[in-house]
Design a protein around this ligand. Structure first.
Ligand SMILES: *Cc1c(COP(=O)(O)O)cnc(C)c1O
Length: 383
């Protein structure tokens, strides 16, 4: 497996900060996904909210994946970049009318519907534009993903999905809606899940829920189990391609399917996280009373995950051979939370050194903002 090699000389001539994508690693990841999913005929829609970079999406489209969208503009982008409309699914608890209309007019594959009022409005809009919406009900399976509270989505206390207690009412309502076609069920329990047993628990909940549909004589063709597979933020080079064999294997082993059912996945992070790094330059090394600060020219506006979720990213000084020391690596934004790592162990660091913040390909560039009126970081590619 290829490990990210940084073209240091090229980096030295490039204005910082910038995102750098290792296209070879992305391709390797996509081939592994395809190799493993094809064993069981599974379909994967890439969760574009993890990375909406056009070059990255081109690779993903070429690999044949579909797209999982959570906004109208994501649907629009997927269409503009040439994704097949019949490979686009649209989820989200708060779809605006224009967003639903856009997706209806594009005749997308499936809407993942999260509530009864949403389904009613979708039916109405579909009627108005003379379409029938294929829908999957997003069911909240009440499974604890054992991940950060901000990225757990499958518990009853979360805003997402439909509870099993109200499913009968919603299914009955769907039957009476002329422009709604219920074809599947959908689940997404959270993100950065590294314990595959969590997916095993999800499978057994889905199996129970499938029984309910069977007893009520409702035929489902799509079982969408969402995304959430985690990556190794601590050792990005040890296993840069996630364990897709183990991941799809759990579903193959534990998910009970009925005749003619397709299994869909919506992977985001696991597809793109490891191929991206945020490259930044050291502006100053400031000596505190008890520690050293490496002040870099990237900020929380470029990569907000550490500030937002206390997320860990491996930080490397890629231009120094000096003995390692500890630094708090901080950005220039006027917030104390603008810190990429506390007591990070880096090779001896001085002004002008280049720092790589690793595993930044997912929820990195796409979450950047212009806070403090900073410019967006540019993007470069290995090829
Ligand atoms: C965010 C999201 C995903 C992708 O999650 P990852 O953890 O990045 O794999 C999949 N489905 C839905 C509905 C989402 O909101």
């Amino acid at each position: 497996m290829s490990k990210t090699q940084f073209p240091i000389e090229r980096f030295r001539q490039t204005e910082t900060p910038f995102y750098y994508y290792d296209i070879d690693l992305l391709r390797e990841t996509l081939s592994s996904i395809n190799e493993q999913r094809e064993k069981y005929g599974y379909k994967v829609h890439f969760a574009v909210k993890a990375n909406a970079n056009a070059r990255v999406l081109d690779e993903i489209r070429e690999a044949g994946l579909g797209i999982d969208c959570v906004s109208g503009n994501e649907v629009k982008r997927a269409l503009e970049l040439g994704f097949d409309n019949q490979k686009i699914v649209f989820a989200g608890v708060g779809k605006s009318d224009w967003e639903m209309r856009l997706a209806l007019e594009a005749n997308i594959e499936c809407f993942n519907v999260e509530s009864l009022p949403e389904m009613e409005v979708l039916n109405q809009l579909a009627m108005e534009c003379g379409r029938t919406a294929n829908i999957a009900l997003r069911i909240n399976p009440n499974v604890d993903a054992h991940t950060h509270q901000y990225i757990t989505t499958g518990l009853e206390e979360n805003k997402f999905g439909i509870g099993m207690w109200e499913i009968e009412k919603i299914v009955e309502a769907a039957k009476n809606m002329s422009n709604i076609n219920l074809i599947g069920i959908h689940f997404h329990i959270g993100s950065q899940i590294t314990d595959l047993d969590v997916f095993k628990v999800l499978c057994s909940r889905v199996n129970e829920i499938q029984k309910w549909f069977e007893q009520n004589k409702i035929r489902l063709t799509i079982i969408n189990v969402g995304g959430g597979l985690g990556i190794d933020y601590e050792y990005p080079d040890a296993k840069p391609v996630p364990d897709f064999e183990g991941y799809f294997g759990v579903f193959h082993k534990f998910l009970e399917l009925r005749e003619g059912q397709e299994v869909h996945f919506e992977l985001g992070r696991a597809v793109v996280a490891q191929c991206g790094s945020l490259i930044t330059k050291v502006l100053f090394v400031k000596e505190g009373q008890h520690k050293k600060f490496a002040i870099v020219d990237a900020g929380m506006n470029d990569l907000i995950r550490p500030a937002l979720y206390h997320a860990y990213h491996k930080i490397e000084n890629i231009t120094s051979d000096l003995p390692a020391e500890k630094y708090d690596v901080v950005g220039p934004v006027c917030e104390s939370s603008d810190c990429f790592g506390k007591a990070a162990v880096l090779a001896g660091t001085k002004r002008g050194d280049l720092i790589a913040i690793r595993s930044a390909g997912a929820y990195g560039e796409v979450m950047s903002s212009k806070y403090n009126l900073r410019e967006f970081a540019k993007t470069y590619y290995s090829k």
